[in-house]
Design a protein around this ligand. Structure first.
Ligand code: ADP
Ligand code: ZN
Length: 210
């Protein structure tokens, strides 16, 4: 099964990617995570991507397309994968088609902008394992400490209110057109994000398994 998860930043793509990963035993590939890791390790790629990421802009298409191309060559992708955060522009979707990657389903997780604001501004992520929390909706047991690995939880630089606004603008202008792109192929399924994560997960699994 080759899946794409679409949705605004903060719609919960990462969480749902993990749910599907566990259910279907296929890897979840997050270009955002790959870029953040490169940034933390100060590689050439990381340094190039940093200024775009910190200001809420998209990293240039050719850069992310290359990252993905390399990642998909790895052995664990041969029986399928979940793309979380790629494609994010029409040219990225076209590049995927050109690579000969046949997508089985595209799940779009819909969450209104007002909710995104609240979700992202309270989000905290583990520096070490990337687990995601929320100060109000999903707090860690001990403040500032990851439940899963004991790492430190921090606020992402791009989760500040002004940058969230910019990211949402970028999303509506550049990523949302992908809904039409995939609707035309008949592969798009829309999942309305629910208050409770478990309820969204149930809908996502239904969308994937149907
Ligand atoms: P979000 O929470 O916004 O979905 P991600 O973790 O997926 O964030 O991505 C963080 C940042 O990494 C983006 O704001 C963007 O700068 C960069 N990025 C990730 N994936 C892509 C992509 N497919 N194309 C361009 N930029 C990307
Ligand atoms: Zn952790």
């Amino acid at each position: 099964m080759r899946l794409i998860l679409l949705g605004a930043p903060g719609a919960g793509k990462g969480t749902q990617a993990e749910v599907i990963c566990n259910a279907l035993n296929i890897p979840a590939i997050s270009t955002g995570n790959i870029l953040r890791e490169a940034k933390a390790n100060k590689t050439a790629l990381g340094l190039e991507a940093a200024s775009y990421m910190d200001s809420g802009k998209l990293v240039p298409d050719e850069v992310v397309i290359n990252i993905l191309k390399e990642r998909l060559k790895e052995d664990d992708c041969k029986d399928g994968f979940i793309l979380d955060g790629f494609p994010r522009t029409v040219p990225q979707a076209e590049a995927l088609d050109k690579m000969g990657v046949v997508i089985d389903r595209v799940v779009d997780i819909e969450v209104p902008d007002e909710k995104i604001m609240a979700r992202l501004s309270g989000r905290r992520v583990c520096e070490k394992c990337g687990s995601s929390y929320h100060v109000e909706y999903k707090p860690t047991k001990v403040e500032g400490v990851c439940d899963r690995c004991g790492g430190k939880t921090v606020q992402r630089k791009d989760d500040s209110p002004e940058i969230i606004k910019d990211r949402l603008e970028v999303y509506h202008a550049q990523t949302e057109p992908l809904k039409d792109y995939y609707k035309k192929t008949g592969k798009l399924v829309i999942v309305e994000g629910q208050e409770e994560v478990a309820d969204t997960s149930a809908l996502t699994l239904k969308a994937v398994e149907a």
